[in-house]
Structure formats: C-alpha cells, structure tokens
Design a protein around this ligand. Sequence first.
Ligand code: CS2
Ligand code: MG
Length: 408
Amino acid sequence: MKITEVRTIVTCPGRNYVIVKIVTDEPGLYGVGDATLNGRELAVATILQEYFAPLLIGRDPDRIEDIWQTLYRGFYWKGGPDAMTALSGIDMALWDIKGKRAGMPVYALLGGKTREGVLAYTHAGGRDFVEVEDAVRQCVEQGFKVVRAQVAVPGGAGTYGAGGRMEAASATWIHGDGGPMPAIERWEPSPYLRVVPNLFAHLRATVGPEVELLHDVHERLTPIQAARLARELEPFHLFFLEDPLRPENREGFRIIRQHSTTPLAMGELFHTRYECLPLLTEQLIDFIRCDLGHSGGITEARKIAAVAECYQVQTAWHGPGDIAPPTHAANVHLDLALPNFGVQEMVFFPEIVQEVLPGAPVFRDGYLEVADMPGLGVDVNEDLAAKYPYQRAYLPMVRRADGSVHDW
Ligand code: CS2
Ligand code: MG
C-alpha cells in the first residue's frame, strides 16, 4: 500500500480549519486529520503542501512511527507550533487509515477501551457572578459533571473566556484599513486576583459542592501570583487550575507547588514530550493537557501519557473550538484507551461545521462517545468545504493599563 496524495484543505465554515486528507492506492482508502493552528493556518498549510507532502508520496501509510520520525527528527530544524501542527494532522490521518484498513476503531488499535465513556467539561462564562452561576447551572442541566468557569474582571475589556461557551475559542474579526486586526484586551493582575477567588466562593455557595469546577488562567500570572491564587482557591476544591504560567517558565511551577494543594494542569502550548518532561518527573502538575493537534498527534500524546502515568499525572487534552473535529475524535479515541485519562475539554460544534467535517464525538450525560466504526470516524465534505474559503483572522492581544504588551 502506498500514499498517492496528501491534500491540504483550508476552509472557513465560521472559523478557519486546515484539514489533511491522505489518499492511498487502495480504492476508497484515505485518512483525515486536523492541522489547524488558530491565526497561523496558511503557514501550516504551506509546510504541509511544500515540505511534508512531497516526502510522503509513495510511502507505506502503515509505517506511522517511521513517518513521524522522518518529519520530526529527519529535519535539522525541529519542532515549533507550525511544523508540529502539520505533523499532527498527518499523524491523525495515518491512524485513521490504519484503523480503516484493520476494520477497527483507533481506540481498539491503542489497546482497547479502559472505560465506557470519556468524562467531559465545557465552558461557562459571564459578565458577573450571577451570569456565570446561570451558565454553570445550564451546563449541569445538560449533564456536565465538570465545568470551567470564567468571569469578566471589571475594567478588563474582553476578559478571557467570560463571553461563554464558544468565545474562548474564537478568533476575532475586527476590520481595520488593512483588513482584519486583532482585538485588544485590557488586563491587570490585581483586579483579576481579587475577583477569581470571590467567583468560586459565590459558585460554591450557590451551585453547591458537587459539581466539579475548574478555571483557566491562560498563562497570564507570575509564579508568586499564581501561588497566591492557587492557595486562595483551596477552600473551593477546584478540579484543577489550568495553565497558570507561561510555557517558557516551567521552573515557576515549583513555587506554586510549595504554597498550595490546588491541583494544577498545564500543556496546551507545549509541542513535544520534552517540554512536558520536567513537570511530570518533578510531579509539579496533576493533569497534562497538551493539544493533540499541536504536539505531534496520537503518536506523541500516547508517549507523553505513558510518562505521566508513572507519576500518577492524568490527561486532560486540549479540546477548544478552534481545533477541528478530527482532533476532538483523536482525543476521545486516546482517552478511551488510556489508563490515566482524567478529563476531556469539549465544545459543541455549530451545525455547519458538523456538515463540513462530520463525525465529531457525541456528548451524552456528561460523557463523550465515538461511533464504533473503523478509523477515527471523521470525514471531510470537500465540495462543501470549498464553499467556505479562508478568511484572515487573529486571536486577541492583551495590553496592560500602561499600554505594555502582556500574554494573551
Ligand atoms: C483555551 C483555548 O480551551 C482552552 O483552554 O485556552 O480556547 C485557547 O484560547 C485557544 O485554543 C487559542 O486558539
Ligand atoms: Mg486553556
């Protein structure tokens, strides 16, 4: 069996997605993967088309590990978000082919189910505590047992995640003279640090102790600020505090750990197992939450999970709306097989996305399921995808009160 074509499909059914379709010489046998990197879609599409695709033509798609090594170690300049996203899309498409060829779902190839369903969380946001409380209640009514809560900080225009379920994952579509421009959010640590513990005090007092709650810091704090937040959140028993520090500063997790027992999660901005390693081996986090679409696909994630398992760290793979259904499906296939799965972030895709990219995992009473069909179970409707051409869009940027740039 040989790869005959690697197709890169860029489409914008409401937001931009980059889809990889690997076609083989066996009639009708192809695989579908996701190589979407929010705000840098065309850079990844270029890597796929110009550099990776030519190396794959004529290769045996069954040799996933060898192809992975070729596209990672084979290049002198390794890693980085753009190349790792391209590699992830290829990796998913190859696992999809392998499953279809074997007549088995990917989770079966990964060792088979260790659980019946995949515990899921989604997003509750609001402009004030009562709006967040209402959003959490809605999630609970829908069946969610774990909910992420974010609230607007007074004076902080466009606070991360406060707009609700899909907002956190949205690119922005602000038009300036030269076309779309990034929205600018305002953010200051002091008001944020005052508001967040009060939000969780409010939620525990109103929605009770049972629903599991978590919060995404979005990599904005310094280590000592994060330590303060983690400590002040202790009475409210978070499921985890997500991504407190910039990914560059892994040493900072030691400071948070010294001060708090709030469980910590980190990883959506990591691109390889090497970035995860010190956090795992030093037991500085409790959940590893890499993005399968940006860190080398299923092949790399299962290795990361295996190291995490040694340290009783659980997985919580990134699952926002800005990565496409194939990554969400890959998440759930892996979650079903992993012994140390923790929780899975999810979104509900708009109908049009489900038409262009059918086969996203299905949510039922707090858990995610995938169809019991060969491969990943996702597809791409290429004719429909062509009707929604790419539109340039940026993620927002953050500036402090004095006008200086801060991490978004
Ligand atoms: C977020 C993401 O889901 C999350 O936890 O951190 O929505 C993140 O903002 C986006 O993936 C950025 O594109
Ligand atoms: Mg996050």
